[in-house]
Structure formats: structure tokens, C-alpha cells
Design a protein around this ligand. Structure first.
Ligand code: ATP
Ligand code: MN
Length: 466
């Protein structure tokens, strides 16, 4: 007999009255006086457990089943019947229960009592067996699938950006070095005494990528619309609840597109994600709404229909200056918006998502397109209530001279970006794109307080266990 998922057993009326087989891990066992036990079985396919009735006449009842504790693994076969108990529709009357692996309750860290998220990070290899982390895993999966479906549905090509790179996207953060040299005794240039990377694996110094954007632009300028969805790395030495050293990013890049097209795409993508999880993860979202963040469902439902306000950076600064007394960091033209400013705009002033456009060039990356005022660039940040920036994007500078000038202005050499500049030399086209930090999105949609709890194995300063 082929195994059915607990989700299928609980949801499809078709299985009712049939013999089925399920497999999973015991959450609880309760022994009744009437000569049988109730086993709550979870297999990760959904939040809910399937109740299994084990009668004492089962041959291994006394020797094995009475020794089942939380965490033990079993395969059970039996009839799926209507349940007389409140709060569940069906239960499994077991004909046979095969114990695959016992679990010692004295050693198993996930007993009945609640464990803090901090402690669970130390046992991250087991935390997927809890309700919260099971729900996070399923939400993550749906958000990833929705991302692919959104872009594929619009004809975007999935582009695989390299992970090892020799280009620094924007000085976006400290980069991790990738080397094959003997760190105890690296080869050195005899004259300068500096480490000789010509002798390194790639013949030059290499890093882990902080963004796939520059490479994605090369494909957009050949294939039209593309998107990346891959891991990125930043040696962020800040211990915050929103920074990881390894995180996943989604970066669409569109040819023949300007900043307005970019903002349109960002809006459509975000609304699509919110709609999709509301439709496909109702049970897990309800759980988050009850246990993690009160009001989460209302928030997501509002955003799924929300109108996005678009304003220029200059206008935003004027509005913030009028309320200057509300901020620790006083706003004025030229500053990078701080989290408190971003939240004030989306939470207080516009009460919804806001797209701020056209930032001062000094505070943005070299590749962003210079506007006609010569002071601002065609950049946009999408701000959401609670979190502030969720997406950062721009129209890219497609004019060679201006790009080279900007590279020099930021203290770099156009030669180091020769292939990137070539895109402007050979059939240049206007193009635009953005980046969304996947974990920031999972965190926002689940209400989890710390970004370390929305990725299976978080990498942060001083921590890379597992
Ligand atoms: P922040 O100011 O929050 O550090 P950033 O300006 O460095 O963000 P970008 O360089 O624009 O961010 O990166 C694109 C997106 O990647 C961000 O909008 C954010 O969603 C996400 N992101 C950036 N750094 C991290 C990180 N360390 N961990 C998780 N997500 C991140
Ligand atoms: Mn950063």
C-alpha cells in the first residue's frame, strides 16, 4: 500500500472509509482506560496531526506501542473513520503499527513543554519537527514556488547567477573571501610582500557574491526579462534581527524598461505573493496569526489588495521634515532614509506600502541611472509597514560615458567593470530591476521576530553550526 499524507487523510473526503497507510512522528500518546491508546501523528505535510487509535489487541501493543514517546517514528495502516471527538473530522483505526524508531523521552529535547526560539536555534536539526518551524518551512516553500510561478507566468527566464565572483556589486557589505591558498603560509609577491593571488585557484582574488544583479544584467541584455533566485552572502558584522550572513535573494532584471515599469513589477509581485499565501497557506497563517503576530491575517489581506503610494525622495524628505520632532535622526535632503523614517511614511503618513523614488546619487550605487537634474538617480525603495524597506531597485545607467564617470566618482576603475561596460558599448538598452531579500519576506509574512528563525540553518557572526 502506498503511503498517504496526513494532509490528504484530513482533507479529502474520498479517503473516508478506506484502508490507508500513513507514516510520521509521534507528537503525543495518551492511554485510555478502555484498553487503547491515542497517538497524535505528524508527518509535516500540514500543521494538524492525525489521531491514531491503537487497540490493546494489536500484537505489539504492550511491548512496543506503550513505549512510544514524542519523536518516535511509525508507519500505521488502518481504516480512516469519522471521529467522534471534537476538533477533528477523522481518525485512523489502526490494524497494524510498525515502529521504525523509538525516541528516548529523557534525551529527546522536544518534549511537551514549550522551548524558546533561542534554544531551538541550538537544535536546529530538530526544530523542523515543531509546529512553528514546520509552518515556516511550508510558508517558505509556497513563497518560493509563488516567486517562480509569478515570473515564469510573465515569461521571465530563470537565470543562475554565479556564487563565486571577482566583482563587487556595490560594496553592498563586507564580502567573504574564497581562497584555496594555504592561509598559514600564502605565496607572497617578493617585492610588495603582499599575498600573491595569481597563485590562488582562480588566478585572482575571489569572493562569495553579494548580489547576482550585474551578471543578471548581461542576460537581460540578450534575453529580455530574467530573474535570479539564489543565495547571497554578506559578512555583516551586525547582530540584528534582520541580517543574515547567508540569505536568498530574488532579483528580476528587465530589458527595455524604466523605473516606472520596475515599480509596476514590484507592486504586482508583492501583491501576488500575499494573495498566493493567503490562498495556499490558510492553516499555517492562521497559526501565525494566533501564536506569533496578532493581526497578521488582516495585515496580509490588506496588502494583497493594497494601493501603493509613489513619491519622490525629495517629497518624502519634505514630509518628514515637517514632522522632524518625531525622529531621533533628523531628516534633511541628502540623508539615507532611516528605518524610523521609512516606517513613519508607510505606517503613519500613507498607511500602506510606499515606493520612494529618485534618491540623491551620493547615497546610491554607481550603476543607477542619473536623472536629468544631475542630482538624483532613478532608484526606488519599496517600504512596508513594520519593516520599512523590503525591495530596493533602480533603472540602470545605460549610457557608457555616464556609467564610466560614476564608476570613477566612486573611486573604482571602469577597467575592473569592463564586461559590465561592454553591455553599454554593444547595443545598449534601457533596463531596470530590483532585489528582494527572501528571508525578509518570509519574516514579514509569518510575523517571526528574528530572521534567524525563517531560514533552516542561519549563518550569523560566530554561528555556523550544522
Ligand atoms: P539593509 O540596509 O537592511 O542592510 P541593504 O541596503 O544592505 O539593506 P540591498 O543591498 O539593497 O540591502 O539588498 C537587497 C535586499 O536584500 C534588501 O532589500 C533586503 O531585503 C535584503 N538584505 C540585504 N542584506 C540582508 C541581510 N544581511 N540578510 C537578509 N536580507 C538582506
Ligand atoms: Mn546592508
Amino acid at each position: 500500500m502506498k503511503r498517504k499524507l496526513v494532509r490528504e487523510a484530513l482533507s479529502s473526503g474520498e479517503l473516508l472509509g478506506n484502508k490507508i497507510k500513513v507514516g510520521g512522528w509521534i507528537r503525543t500518546r495518551r492511554d485510555s482506560k478502555g484498553g487503547f491508546s491515542f497517538l497524535e501523528l505528524n508527518d509535516g505535510s500540514c500543521l494538524k496531526n492525525l489521531q491514531i487509535i491503537a487497540h490493546e489487541h494489536l500484537p505489539n501493543y504492550r511491548d512496543e506501542l506503550l513505549k512510544l514517546h514524542p519523536g518516535a517514528s511509525i508507519i500505521a495502516e488502518g481504516s480512516l473513520v469519522e471521529s467522534p471527538a471534537a476538533g477533528q473530522s477523522v481518525e485512523l483505526e489502526a490494524d497494524s503499527i510498525q515502529v521504525l524508531g523509538f525516541c528516548d523521552p529523557l534525551e529527546y529535547p522536544l518534549g511537551k513543554s514549550r522551548i524558546s526560539f533561542e534554544r531551538l536555534r541550538e537544535i536546529a536539526h530538530l526544530r523542523a519537527r515543531t509546529n512553528t518551524f514546520g509552518a515556516i518551512a511550508r510558508l517558505r516553500n509556497v513563497l518560493a514556488d509563488a516567486t517562480h510561478r509569478f515570473f515564469q507566468g510573465r515569461g521571465f527566464l530563470y537565470f543562475h547567477a554565479p556564487i563565486i565572483t571577482s566583482s563587487d556589486c556595490e560594496g553592498a557589505g563586507e564580502m567573504f573571501q574564497v581562497t584555496h591558498l594555504d592561509l598559514e603560509n600564502p605565496p607572497r609577491d617578493p617585492e610588495s610582500g603582499k599575498v600573491d593571488y595569481k597563485k590562488d585557484f582562480f588566478g585572482k582574488a575571489t569572493k562569495l557574491t553579494v548580489s547576482g544583479q550585474l551578471e543578471a544584467e548581461t542576460y537581460a541584455c540578450a534575453l529580455g526579462n530574467v530573474y535570479t533566485f539564489g543565495p547571497t552572502f554578506r559578512a555583516e558584522n551586525s547582530n540584528t534581527a534582520r541580517h543574515l550572513a547567508e540569505f536568498w535573494m530574488i532579483e528580476p532584471e528587465m530589458a527595455f524598461a524604466d523605473l516606472q515599469d520596475d515599480a509596476d513589477l514590484a507592486e504586482d509581485y508583492l501583491r501576488y505573493l500575499f494573495q498566493d499565501i493567503l490562498e495556499r497557506c490558510p492553516e499555517d497563517l492562521k497559526f501565525f496569526n494566533e501564536r506569533i503576530e496578532k493581526g497578521l491575517l488582516d495585515k496580509l489581506e490588506n496588502l494583497a489588495e493594497a494601493k501603493f503610494t509613489r513619491i519622490s525622495y525629495t517629497e518624502a524628505i519634505k514630509l518628514l521634515e515637517k514632522n522632524s520632532d518625531k525622529f531621533t535622526f533628523k531628516p534633511h535632503w541628502g540623508i539615507d532614509l532611516q528605518s524610523e523614517h521609512e516606517r513613519y511614511l508607510s505606517e503613519q503618513l500613507f498607511k500602506g506600502p510606499v515606493i520612494v523614488m529618485d534618491y540623491p546619487k551620493e547615497i546610491k550605487a554607481f550603476y543607477m541611472r542619473l536623472n536629468d537634474d544631475n542630482k538624483t538617480v532613478a532608484a526606488m525603495d519599496v517600504l512596508l509597514p513594520q519593516v520599512g524597506e523590503i525591495i530596493g531597485g533602480s533603472q540602470r545607467e545605460e549610457r557608457l560615458e555616464l556609467l564610466e564617470a560614476r564608476i570613477r566618482e566612486t573611486g573604482m576603475l571602469p577597467e575592473d567593470y569592463w564586461w559590465y561596460c561592454d553591455l553599454r558599448r554593444f547595443g545598449s538598452v534601457p533596463h531596470a530591476g530590483f532585489g528582494l531579500g527572501f528571508e525578509r519576506m518570509v519574516r514579514f509574512c509569518s510575523g517571526m521576530a528574528n530572521i534567524r528563525d525563517v531560514i533552516p540553518f542561519p549563518r550569523t557572526p560566530q554561528s555556523a553550526e550544522f
